[in-house]
Design a protein around this ligand. Structure first.
Ligand code: IMP
Length: 205
C-alpha cells in the first residue's frame, strides 16, 4: 500500500508542482484540504525559513500523525543585506499585498544600479515522518531585481525577479518554464533525493 504524504498548503500551484515532482514515487500525495483542514494555518513568526517550515509541518503532523510536508520561501536582496528574507510575505506590513511589497522593494532599490541588484530566492521544505523524525531540503534560484515590474503571470515578486542567465522575469515566463529553474523546484528535487534514501532505509529495516 502506498504511504500518504500530506501537504500543509492549499495553494493549487504548489500542490500540482509537488505532485508532479513526486509522481512515480511510492506515495499518495494529498493536501490538508483533502482532510478537511482548509482553515489550518500557523503564525509564521520564526526567525528563519527552517523554523517556519518545521513549525507548519509539526503542527499539521500533531493533527494528522501522517507524513507532512511544509515549505517556506524568502527573497534575499544583496544590496539590502538580505531583506526582505524571512519577512518576504509581509515586507510592506502585516496585510501587505504583492503589489505593496513590490513597490516597497523598488523604492528601496531606486538608487541601486542594475549590476548591484543581485538577489536570490530560497525555499526550505520540511518533512516530518509518522514517527516524528524530521528532514529539511533547500533550493535556491539566483538572479537580480529588475528596474521595473514586467509580465503578468505568477505571483509575489515574480514581476521583479530575473533569474540568472535569462532576460525575462519569472512573470514573463510560462509556469512550466519557471518551474524548471525555480527555487521551489530545486528544493523539491533535493527532497525527492532525500525521500528516495529514506525509502531505502525503511525497506532495509
Ligand atoms: P511562502 O513561504 O511560499 O508563502 O512565500 C512567502 C512569500 O515569498 C510570498 O508571500 C511571496 O511574496 C514570496 N514568494 C514565495 N515564492 C515565490 C515565487 O515563486 N515567486 C515570487 N515570490 C514568491
Amino acid at each position: 500500500m502506498k504511504r500518504r504524504i500530506i501537504l500543509s498548503t492549499g495553494n493549487v500551484h504548489k500542490i500540482n508542482e509537488i505532485k508532479s515532482i513526486l509522481k512515480d514515487m511510492p506515495f499518495e500525495v494529498i493536501s490538508k484540504n483533502d482532510l478537511g483542514y482548509e482553515d489550518f494555518d500557523v503564525v509564521e513568526d520564526g526567525s528563519t525559513l527552517e523554523e517556519n517550515a518545521l513549525k507548519k509541518a509539526g503542527e499539521l503532523h500533531k493533527l494528522t500523525k501522517g507524513i507532512v510536508i511544509a515549505d517556506d520561501t524568502g527573497l534575499y536582496v544583496d544590496a539590502l543585506r538580505g531583506e526582505p528574507g524571512v519577512y518576504s510575505a509581509r515586507y510592506a506590513g502585516e496585510h501587505a499585498t504583492y503589489a505593496d511589497n513590490n513597490k516597497k522593494l523598488l523604492n528601496k532599490l531606486r538608487d541601486v544600479s542594475l549590476e548591484k541588484r543581485t538577489a536570490y530566492f530560497k525555499t526550505i521544505i520540511a518533512v516530518i515522518f509518522e514517527d516524528g523524525s524530521k528532514m529539511t531540503a533547500e533550493g535556491i534560484c539566483n538572479g537580480h531585481i529588475a528596474i521595473e515590474e514586467r509580465g503578468n503571470r505568477g505571483f509575489g515578486y515574480d514581476p521583479l525577479f530575473v533569474p540568472e542567465g535569462r532576460d525575462k522575469t519569472f512573470s514573463e515566463m510560462s509556469e512550466e518554464e519557471k518551474n524548471k529553474i525555480s527555487h521551489r523546484s530545486n528544493a523539491l528535487k533535493c527532497l525527492r533525493n532525500m525521500l528516495e534514501e529514506a525509502i531505502e532505509n525503511f525497506d532495509n529495516q
